[in-house]
Design a protein around this ligand. Structure first.
Ligand SMILES: Nc1ncnc2c1ncn2[C@@H]1O[C@H](COP(=O)(O)OP(=O)(O)O)[C@@H](O)[C@H]1O
Ligand SMILES: [Mg+2]
Length: 241
């Protein structure tokens, strides 16, 4: 059975249809790329899956239960976590306190010593071992991204939504970032990854879904999708005749 199922999901902003009748399923354990040119509706799709935006039409189900219409908190409790295209940290707090804030929002909140232990485990998992006391506003860009991932993992998600998590990294950081996502994938997590870095898409995703102006234009094995003429045209911005 599919873990995530979108059926004709549509988002309208006034006269603009940002996502238009989007349907796809994710099987548990898959890592799938969600691709498309800027403005094609990728972030809006993640916002609807995670409940940050209500759907205008259609439905989203997780493990067979409808989740569209629920608040972001309720959807997080059901096992969906995400990162944001623009990292959302609490800059005046320490790294550990940032992760603690996420632990407190779990279905079974963790506090005190249990939380401390869990924070250390999460930080080690994302490559920030021993950094709990460091102020968040002193982190480098990649370390901020690592911290954001630790916050997402704090809720022990079954589905992780990554919105350009690898964007803006240098080649060494990119390699480390790909390895980190690979380790999550190998732990059995289901991942939907919005990404422009094609090396990362090829390394991580067995399957890709491509959107253009709100509509799904391709869905299949990564190599097939990336060589699809319609996908290539969409990326080059050439209009269909
Ligand atoms: N909150 C919003 N209000 C109005 N328009 C929006 C909003 N969010 C996104 N859009 C528009 O929806 C379209 C898709 O945006 P987005 O989902 O961010 O694309 P992508 O992530 O693929 O670059 C764009 O035209 C964008 O300007
Ligand atoms: Mg986006």
């Amino acid at each position: 059975m599919s873990l995530l199922s979108l059926k004709s999901v549509t988002k309208r902003f006034g006269g603009l249809t940002a996502v238009n009748g989007l349907s796809f399923d994710l099987v548990a354990g898959e890592t799938v790329g969600l691709l498309g040119p800027n403005g094609s509706g990728k972030t809006t799709a993640l916002n609807m899956i995670s409940g940050y935006l209500p759907v205008s039409d259609g439905s989203v189900a997780l493990g067979g239960d409808t989740i569209s219409g629920l608040s972001p908190d309720r959807i997080a409790h059901k096992g969906v976590a995400r990162t944001f295209q623009l990292v959302r940290a609490l800059p005046s707090l320490s790294v550990g306190e940032n992760v603690l804030a996420a632990l407190a929002f779990r279905r079974n909140p963790l506090w005190g010593r249990d939380a401390e232990v869990r924070i250390e485990t999460l930080l080690a998992q994302v490559g920030l071992a021993g950094r709990a006391r460091q102020p968040a506003d002193s982190l480098t860009y990649i370390d901020l991204k690592r911290m954001e991932l630790a916050r997402a993992l704090a809720t022990e998600p079954s589905l992780l939504l990554l919105d350009e998590w690898l964007a803006g990294l240098n080649p060494t950081e990119l390699r480390a970032g790909i390895d980190l996502i690979t380790s999550l994938r190998e732990s059995g997590m289901t991942i939907l990854l919005v990404e422009h870095v094609m090396d990362a898409v090829r390394a991580l995703c067995s399957r890709c879904i491509v959107m253009n102006t709100g509509t799904k234009i391709a869905d299949g094995p990564t190599a097939d999708v990336l060589s699809d003429p319609e996908v290539v045209r969409a990326y080059l911005g050439v209009e269909d005749a």
